[in-house]
Design a protein around this ligand. Sequence first.
Ligand code: UDP
Ligand code: MG
Length: 141
Amino acid sequence: MERTFSIIKPDAVSKNVVGAIVDRFEKNGLRPVAMKKAQLSKEQAELFYAEHKERPFFGELVGFMTSGPVVLQVLEGDSAITKNRELMGATNPNNADEGTIRYDFARGNDDLSANAVHGSDSPEAAAREISFFFKDEELVG
Ligand code: UDP
Ligand code: MG
């Protein structure tokens, strides 16, 4: 069993497809062990995405991630990190494979920030991102 961290981004929350996205996870063997809705502050978003600080899209990404509520989750399952990345699809929803979350819920969005979901890309990132938003006692396996 492995754990990964997921964000349902403001574009998907505003489209009211939180349940549809959680359903994808559940149908594919990922179980939410923690879940909360949150409005990120600028400081939180900047720290969370610190690895992208020098990238040209950083300001826009932080602006987007604080533009409305998000849903934060810890997902548990076999190979959860890789499985979640597969279910998400490519970063650019217009390049994402059919049937992925980004294809189904973010295709056609002009803004690359608005790609429906975030998912940890490595065990180190998963550990950092989970502890960034959740206390150990909030993870209920
Ligand atoms: N992003 C962007 N422009 C780019 C690349 C990335 O706006 O050229 C955004 C996009 O929302 C992405 C996030 O920055 O989800 C983090 O980028 P990363 O390369 O980590 O993509 P991910 O891991 O989310 O697929
Ligand atoms: Mg990433």
